[in-house]
Design a protein around this ligand. Sequence first.
Ligand SMILES: [Zn+2]
Ligand SMILES: [Zn+2]
Length: 237
Amino acid sequence: MVNMWSLFDRIIDSCCALCHAPGHAICADCLSTLPLNTAPCTRCALPLPSGAPPDTLCADCQAHPPAFDRVVAPLLYQRPVDDMVAQFKYRQRLHLGQVMADTLGAAVGGQQALPLLLVPVPAGPQRLRERGFNQAAELTRRLSAALDIPWAGNRLIRASDTQTQRGLPRPQRRRNVRGVFSCAGPLPDHVALIDDVMTTGATAGEASRALKSAGVRRVEVWAVARTPRDRWNRGSG
Ligand SMILES: [Zn+2]
Ligand SMILES: [Zn+2]
């Protein structure tokens, strides 16, 4: 059975994951039409309403500054990015991870002061068993190689699986993840936390809080895509 699936995957992998044209991963046409997060909040990368002046903070960040200092999220989590992420995460199309890591790497490549360590948002033990891999660690490993920044998967620890965040309003998501992260081992002053998608920011905020409690001064969150507010009920972060 396993071999049959791997054969099936090899056939699928020779087509664009989005339009099924012959090729590999994502074809150039599909890549050029991925929705870009062009006018984000400078702190949390939430897409701002059209007409908002550039370099502004969203209302949430003004009212309750989050624990992270900055979020980089080059794509919007809507069609067809949601499809690409789902194929990577739930169907283990790992080569899509390279497309996602490249997209993220291009978005941070020109940055002046790069973080000294990349840390994936850890998966709970049960999620890890179900999926067989942590998608955030997979992206982190590839980014680390591309940007020549070390990564560590054992410094930020998730104590337990949390109830799925999907469909929960933000205050409940915050309660759901409160206290689940802890840190171990030495951490540098400047760290980037890596995830595939940032939804409300509750998980990233709590993980950043743990990193800061452990002495990290600056925490950036690097996510491939940010979920617009009107789609928060569909995402899981
Ligand atoms: Zn395509
Ligand atoms: Zn914001």
